[in-house]
Design a protein around this ligand. Sequence first.
Ligand code: ADP
Ligand code: MG
Length: 636
Amino acid sequence: MPSPKEILKKYWGFDSFRDTQEEIIESVLQGNDTFALLPTGGGKSLCFQLPALIKPGVCIVVSPLIALMEDQVNQLQRRNISAVSVHSGLHKSEIDRILDNCIYGSTKFLYVSPERLKTEIFIERMKKMDVSMVAIDESHCVSQWGHDFRPAYLEISKIREWLPNTPFIALTATATEHVKSDIIEYLELKNVQVFSKSFARENIRFIVRKSINKSAKIVEICSKMSGSTIIYADTRKHTKDYADLLNSNGIRASFYHAGLKSEDKTKIQNDWISGAVRVICATNAFGMGIDKSDVRLVIHPHIPSEPEAFYQEAGRAGRDGKTSLSVLIYNSSDFENLDRFLVTKYPDPNSVKRVYSLLFQEYRIAFGTGEGFSANFDMSSFSIKHGINISTLHYSIKILEKAEHLALQNYGRESSKLMFKISHTEVYKFQVANPNLDDLLTVIIRSYGGTFEHMVSIDEKTIAQRAKLPFALVDNYLENLVSRGIIYYEPKSRLPKITFLRSRVQETYLSLPKEIYVDRKHQDEERLESMKSYVTRVRCRMNALLEYFGETRKETCGICDVCSSLNTIGVTQKEFDKISTGLNIALKSKPLLPNELTSHLKKFNSQKVTDVVKWMVDNDLIEINEEEKFELKETK
Ligand code: ADP
Ligand code: MG
């Protein structure tokens, strides 16, 4: 049997493991329930993919996002590993076929959404599969303390009933104490082997700057620094604004957000990856699945709403281990924007209920029916039609999704897909019997390979040209073939798809459980506060972030802006904390003259007190008023 190292070389082409990967793989191979806590980009996928290649049978991977699943499935397929995914975006018949292949075929990886895992058709098939292990990616989704709680994750452990001896491996990059213990408890990990790696990124200098002119600051920083750069903007509009700003200052920049056409997105990404364009100004839609190691600078020209996202985005800098910068630029209006954001994110329950009813009405669904109904959904025209603010609508739908009333698949299908339901010989017989469809079918079979084995992307325009048929007729013909059971066909659509997961109830009976509304709002408020304090507190930035993720350490990073500036005045973090606390207490009741202040702080070294006071004046924490007295400034 090949060793893990040999497999690593053979399928991934890597020469060595990153630290902890090997121990994790070893633990999984021994059949232990295993819990891997590694930072984003730490190489978690390998930790289950590699042992799954060694063990006989199929590895079930639970993953929360269709995009993540497809990304990983594609990567595995490119390495000639047989991987498939099953999610709500697929046709029922296709799901049947995929699951059958997992029983009788040679599939090694079956990616599945947690909702699918619960379904009877899945469980019935799973019972017949030879399951080597179950990997739960992004396992923090099981915890209400995580930033992505998914109720369906709570039910994953139910499949243990059918797989009593199959090892589970849980993976996440979110390591707060609450989340950790929830993962172990709710996934029912037994005798679990826990592996974690410090989340510290020693080569990133975290810097926070307050600036009333953010644009000028962005240009200044980008001019001073060189190398590949990402600017994370808070809105789509800002991505373009920042790119225009930089281009007009002679720095090559492009912009990226989820609203762009997919061809454009690919080109923009590639130009940035190749270095043809230095700066990419993007929304948080950018980055997943992108692996560029020499990013030197990540700028956030606003305060992000949660440390998880901030650390993940900033952490895209310096994957190659070389010194890199994360710069957060803010001003006082950012604080108000954050508070406002939270109000938008949690529309009042009555508006959520109204959206619920309107959605069912839109598709004329009566009370007590609608479960499983699925249709295209155009959010912006819906919002105009009913006079609902688009953000209110968006977040109301999010809440309804969390409450499992519906699911919105956010991206449209970029290309149509097709596969034959019957064999080659049967298609031939059909062609003979239906001469009007003969040309069309011949063109499809000749133009696209693999149409008898799996869903293949097709283009109706090309087919129309080659078959010399009017474009509109091709659509008709394809639908006709579907209804006669000849093909599976999924037309492309730019619109998201909405699916009702439960039947319609009266608004008054609609429940929005505390866990998905009140509790989550509260947790979001706490996250917001953590970001505010990251920005305002005089504390080693790295340690502030690590502490949020449940990691405490004595030493400071020594390179963030706080560490550097405390270094220049020659005080340690501890001394600074003590003196500044003393100053705060002394100045809280009333402003003081310099000599009054020093007499309050007699127990400290007077030079250090003077230096800290001066530093706090320079950094806008203390001001000198008209009477020449020191006064605390409102921290914001
Ligand atoms: P995570 O899920 O922890 O965020 P991934 O599994 O997506 O991270 O891996 C991040 C990147 O690191 C991938 O491009 C992967 O190929 C690469 N990688 C993982 N392990 C190794 C290794 N041992 N050597 C080199 N690159 C690796
Ligand atoms: Mg991952």
